[in-house]
Design a protein around this ligand. Structure first.
Ligand SMILES: Nc1nc2c(ncn2[C@@H]2O[C@H](COP(=O)(O)OP(=O)(O)OP(=O)(O)O)[C@@H](O)[C@H]2O)c(=O)[nH]1
Ligand SMILES: [Mg+2]
Length: 824
């Protein structure tokens, strides 16, 4: 039996294939050297997005490696979401000889880990802004952008030649007649359209002649900022703002028309619009997306637009490119240049490109076409599909979709006319040419059935038949599932960059510190220098010793607090729960079989007794499964609660132990300093006494002001992700649960311990620096200049301590993120 392994890492955008070599008993990666003819080594398969290619990949594997009358074993390594897509595709009977076996290695779904990465960034942001932010605007901006986007904004970029209907398509997506559209080239700028959280609020913001203009619409009122009403453009806008309109949207639309018309008279390249989206599939994910409308790709200013677009998207997840075209232009030269343009826009993930064929309500699509393979083949050969096909080709009538959402109340004359002309044909199944546009969509095989199912379920026939619903459903899946892989990768890269920056700042501050110290020393007389040196070196060596001893001791406590479970714990608990359920629900007890008395069987009643026997067996089987399902769910709950409780208290214990470590040693250090001072240092008795007093009454280490994240049991319970531990059958997967529990406990405890230790170390270092410095200051009566210099030194030292701690923290976080997105 041949064995093939598929390894998909969507974080790194790679898919690799291996075959098992019997003679060497090892896996061999299939590559262009050992299998140059294989499609499996093509970029489409290796760099494409696995779920979209899965069907074709399976076909290829089957072609190349299947042996007649033998099973082919397939092993998949990757995230669970992708594995499900694979299982779905394998249901096709042409793959009936492929058996999927499980693998021990897997990746977490990005949608599961991203919330945790976001949490990390929330903790990190204040820390970094406090320390490097002020001195490093660039990092601050990047970080802010990332955190703003960490609520996760996914850019949907609508591209295409002019008049293809891009703006109308966006209007349909958001369910509002917002963006201007016409037969002639219209859109001259890039529009960034974001959902407003309130139905009665909107905002338009752009630059006009180097001045930012912000128009805020609130109910019936409009507030403006930066608009110069004496200039002709300002006058026009002002005129509209003072006219009354039926709705806030009509007003926005009119303003956008003026802005578009004045495009070449000083309006900046990006126009931002915040507007309420109407309800619909996208309403649900509305807060997570930003839609970009772009000028026709054949417009003369296009290269500049790519740049504006790239800038506007910086910091967001990778964008979803949506190509709008109409069926007659699939092969135009203008369109064929689009691929290059698309690739040149940084931040667009072309592996996800959707091709939207607009204005399809009147296209030549017949039911004969629908059934013929050659229709599909002909389309796939056209310039755009052959170059850009990734997520599929979607047929849509934007006007019908928009009209459906607005219940036919369309203001634009052409929109309205078009809608009225076709509404019957797309909503009345009795009419002769009744059509469902989504049926013509050309999609990766395993996606088409799910996508269609959603459309079939809709009660709004025009919305579904216009093809719009299907497109929105696909966008939603992209937003919910796929866009996050890239975001996770970005997070890691940003932290790596931050580490380099903090390093540089630390080096710089240290250099500054040393030169100031040298300056101070040069100004001290010899005797005082000796005292100061002795104090400083004691402080340094004691501090260093403790910093070495501390992690060692804490490690031991950490081990003690690392609560682990074993498989039997799970099984015993499962059995106990089962017994308990049975005692509470006697109906779940298995029914006893009636003995079949063979001697008494007569031909006539065999079937009766036997079928009774099997009936009972079947009934018992169902009961058993029900019971097991119930007990499994309760077992998982039980361990989730246990996990939360134990982790919560372990963390508290750890923090307490760590605080007392430092408090105890701080007292020792104080007495040590006090002994040095009372020794023979040539100090007058009065001064000595004053210093002793000062040292002994010096404040305790302050652990209350730390950056330690607030944490609650709710948050911890969320941490308990199931990962790859899924219920394989109705019975709980004990070893999976055990592994998840233990791994998570270990990693969480390590994380907590890491951040507690580094925060406590920082608090100690700062405490020690301050104490030493106060003593030094009191020994030497500094001149005002030297005193100022000394204060500066102390401040820089604190900064360095804080930065070093931060460095540690970022490193911890980076490692955590790496852990989350690497193989388990
Ligand atoms: N029949 C039909 N016409 C449409 C549809 N969508 C858009 N149109 C028309 O096509 C023309 C161009 O639409 P726009 O939305 O302005 O196209 P665009 O791609 O944004 O054009 P530019 O901004 O100029 O690049 C307009 O007259 C629209 O009314 C549709 O679904 N069906
Ligand atoms: Mg347009």
């Amino acid at each position: 039996m041949n064995k093939i392994k598929v390894v998909s890492n969507p974080y790194e955008k790679t898919v690799t294939f291996c075959r098992y070599d019997l003679s060497s008993e090892s896996w061999i990666t299939i590559n262009s050297e050992n299998n140059s003819n294989s499609k499996l080594v093509s970029a489409v398969f290796q760099r494409g997005f696995f779920p979209f290619k899965v069907y074709d990949i399976l076909k290829e594997i089957e072609n190349e490696y299947s042996v007649p009358d033998e099973k082919l074993e397939l092993i998949f390594e990757g995230p669970n979401d992708e594995k499900q897509q694979l299982e779905e595709a394998l249901k096709d009977e042409r793959f009936s000889n492929i058996i999927l076996s499980s693998s021990t290695s897997y990746l977490e779904n990005a949608r599961d880990v991203l919330p945790e990465i976001n949490r990390i960034f929330k903790n990190l942001e204040p820390l970094i802004i406090k320390n490097i932010g002020e001195s490093n605007k660039e990092i601050e901006t990047q970080l802010k952008r990332f955190s703003d986007a960490s609520g996760d904004t996914v850019p949907i970029c609508v591209l295409g030649t002019y008049s293809a209907g891009k703006s109308t398509f966006i209007n349909a997506l958001i369910g509002q007649e917002l963006l201007p559209s016409a037969e002639t080239p219209v859109t001259a700028k890039i529009y960034k359209v974001t959902a407003s959280s309130y139905e009665d609020r909107a905002k338009i913001s752009f630059v006009y002649k180097d001045e930012r203009v912000v128009l805020t619409f609130h109910d019936n009122q409009v507030f403006y900022d930066g608009l110069n009403v004496t200039d002709s453009f300002g006058k026009k806008v002002d005129g509209i703002l003072n006219t009354s309109f039926d709705s806030i949207i009509s007003k926005l639309h009119a303003v956008l028309e003026v802005i578009n018309d004045s495009a070449d008279q000083g309006v900046g390249d990006l126009i931002e619009v915040l507007v309420p989206f109407s309800k619909g599939i996208l309403g649900d994910v509305g807060s997570k997306i930003t839609i970009f409308d772009t000028p026709g790709s054949n417009s003369s200013t296009n290269s500049q637009h790519s740049e504006v677009l790239a800038n506007a998207m910086a910091g967001m997840s990778n964008g979803l490119p949506v190509f709008v075209t109409d069926s007659s232009s699939l092969d135009s030269t203008d369109n064929s240049k689009l691929k290059e343009k698309l690739i040149s826009v940084e931040g667009l993930d072309e592996r996800f490109t959707m091709i939207v064929v607009n204005k399809a309500e009147a296209a030549d699509l017949s039911s004969t076409n629908l059934k013929s393979d050659s229709f599909r083949d002909r389309i796939m050969k056209q310039a755009i599909p052959s170059k850009l096909y990734a997520q599929g080709i979607y047929y849509v009538s934007s006007i019908l979709g928009l009209g459906a959402k607005l219940k036919g109340h369309l203001e634009g004359e052409f929109y309205s006319e078009q809608f009225d002309t076709y509404r019957e044909k797309y909503s009345n199944p009795e009419t002769k040419y009744y059509k469902k546009l989504y049926e013509f969509d050309i999609l990766p095989r395993q996606m088409s059935s799910t996508v269609r199912e959603t459309a079939e379920k809709s009660s709004d026939l025009i919305y579904a038949n216009s093809g719009l619903l299907t497109i929105e459903d696909t966008i939603k899946t992209f937003v919910d599932r796929y866009s996050h892989y890239n975001k996770c990768q970005q997070a890691k890269a940003l932290l790596d960059k931050l580490l380099l920056k903090t390093n540089a700042v630390i080096t710089e501050k240290n250099a500054d510190l040393h030169s100031r110290e040298a300056e101070l020393e040069a100004n001290l007389d010899d005797q005082k220098l000796v005292i100061v040196e002795s104090l400083k070196s004691t402080s340094l060596s004691m501090g260093n010793d403790l910093l070495i001893q501390y992690p060692k001791e804490m490690k031991i406590f950490q081990e003690d607090l690392m609560k682990q479970i074993n498989k039997d714990d799970v099984l015993n608990r499962f059995n106990d729960i089962q017994t308990e359920i049975l005692s509470l629900n006697p109906t779940l007890n298995l029914t006893e079989h009636q003995q079949i008395d063979i001697s008494n069987l007569k031909i006539g009643n065999i079937s009766n007794e036997v079928s009774n026997y099997f009936g009972v067996t079947r009934e018992n089987k169902t009961k058993k499964i029900n019971l097991e399902n119930l007990a499994s769910a309760q077992t998982v709950d039980y361990f989730r609660n246990k996990f939360v409780e134990e982790l919560y208290f372990s963390r508290i214990d750890f923090e307490r132990i760590s605080s007392s470590f430092w408090s105890n040693h701080a007292s020792e250090i104080k007495s040590h300093f006090e002994r040095i001072i009372s020794g023979d240092l040539g100090l007058e008795p009065e001064k000595r006494q004053k210093l002793s007093q000062l040292i002994l009454s010096y404040e305790e280490i302050d652990f209350t002001q730390l950056n330690l994240e607030k944490f609650s049991k709710e948050e911890l319970s969320y941490v308990f992700r199931l990962g790859d531990f899924t219920l394989k059958s109705s019975k709980v997967n004990a070893s999976g649960l055990k592994k998840t529990y233990n791994d998570l406990f270990k990693s969480k405890m390590t994380e907590f311990a890491g951040s507690i230790c580094s925060e406590h170390e920082k608090a100690f270092k700062i405490w020690l620096v301050n104490l030493t410095s106060i003593i030094v200051q009191n020994i030497i009566e500094f001149s005002p200049e030297l005193s100022a210099l000394n204060t500066k030194i102390q401040r820089t030292r604190n900064e360095v301590a804080s930065l070093e701690e931060q460095q540690q923290q970022i490193e911890n976080y980076t490692n955590q993120i790496k852990q989350m997105i690497t193989w388990k």
